[in-house]
Design a protein around this ligand. Structure first.
Ligand code: GLY
Length: 340
């Protein structure tokens, strides 16, 4: 298993031996470098970047839908909302929206946020009974003077906007909760391949960036727990002058390092999206060491040129990318040597 001491030792030894930087101990799918290069646009010609949508995990139908909306309607935010709604409505996805796994009391609570090209933001946290928190977050952004609504207040706001109250706990999710109850111990569900959270970023034909993030959060969490996904700067950040980033995985790590904001600021300083995501992942590994052994965090980022990059703590994180007529799911590069 991977711990901080091993990680640092391997890093130092590998760096000394090879005379190169920390990346020598990392495992990285070869295809990513090519894909990132392929995403590069011809900035010297002053051309606008190709409309591009990237999302955490295997959601090529959602990125395709988002891209189609952007190509038809023009605005990145509209595409993103349409794409994320697909995942929220999917009962088979047990970490987002309808069908999401409940907290330890058997209650499904949802978090989401959106951020647009003007720097506007909207969030909902601890929202119950509403299938599309991403759309409620957008309403908070567009129809209120606030950024975040929570719990009962967010529900009342959603109902006032015409959203319907629904039971979000599917039979399959309830069965998994009841199975978990048999153990009776409170322990967050981790694992390198844990799927949680749809984070989606897009750039449209006008070169404008937007993003959204939506989740049912950590499975069997404490009632009232809110993760990184609805927190601007943690689970999502967009700066239309620079780029956008979003996160998936154990939100506590992402919140404590303000991952998405960090990535955008690193891109502002000149790092590529992949290098910025890698540094944010490394920040978690360095600060929290052994604790990240069983807990995954994955980052995706898209810059103003339409270049994208990703990085995760461990293997198992993948992402979906839609551009032109291409809709792919690719493995992310990752930090840890243990599983490489
Ligand atoms: N990243 C989702 C959560 O921790 O709630």
């Amino acid at each position: 298993m991977f711990n901080r001491r091993d990680f640092l030792n391997k890093t130092i030894l590998a760096s000394l031996a090879a005379g190169v930087g920390i990346s020598s101990c990392e495992s990285k799918p070869k295809q990513d470098a090519a894909k990132n290069n392929a995403a590069t646009t011809n900035q010297s010609s002053g051309e606008k970047p190709e409309a591009t949508v990237i999302a955490t995990w295997k959601h090529p139908d959602a990125t395709q839908k988002a891209l189609e909306v952007i190509q038809n309607q023009g605005r990145a935010l509209d595409g993103i909302e349409a794409g994320v709604r697909m995942v929220e409505a999917d009962p088979l996805d047990q970490s987002v929206g309808y069908g999401g796994l409940p907290d330890r009391d058997g209650i499904v609570t949802l978090d989401a946020c959106v951020m647009d090209e003007k720097g506007n933001a909207g969030c909902v946290t601890f929202l119950q009974h509403i299938m599309h928190p991403v759309s409620v977050a957008r309403k908070v952004m567009e129809d209120t003077p606030h950024v975040m609504l929570s719990g009962e207040g967010a529900l009342q706001f959603a109902l006032s906007k015409g959203f319907e109250k629904e039971n979000l706990l599917t039979q399959a999710a309830e069965e998994r909760w009841k199975e978990w109850l048999k153990e009776g111990t409170y322990k967050p569900v981790g694992g390198h391949e844990q799927h949680d959270t749809i984070g989606m970023l897009a750039i449209d034909g006008n070169g404008n960036l937007s993003g959204a993030c939506s989740t049912s959060g950590m499975a069997f969490k404490m009632h009232g727990r809110v993760g990184d996904s609805p927190i601007i700067g943690a689970g999502l950040y967009v700066d239309n002058e620079v780029g956008a980033a979003t996160a998936t995985g154990l939100g506590e790590f992402v919140m404590k390092t303000l991952g998405a904001f960090l990535i955008v600021e690193l891109m502002r300083q000149g790092k590529s999206p992949e290098a910025a995501c890698r540094e944010a992942a490394l920040r978690i590994a360095e600060k929290y060491g052994k604790a990240n052994e069983d807990m995954q965090v994955g980052y995706i980022a898209l810059n103003k040129k339409g270049e994208y990059g990703t990085y995760s703590l461990h293997p198992g994180f993948n992402y979906s990318i839609s551009r032109k007529a291409s809709h792919e799911v690719l493995d992310s590069p990752y930090l840890s040597a243990s599983a490489g």
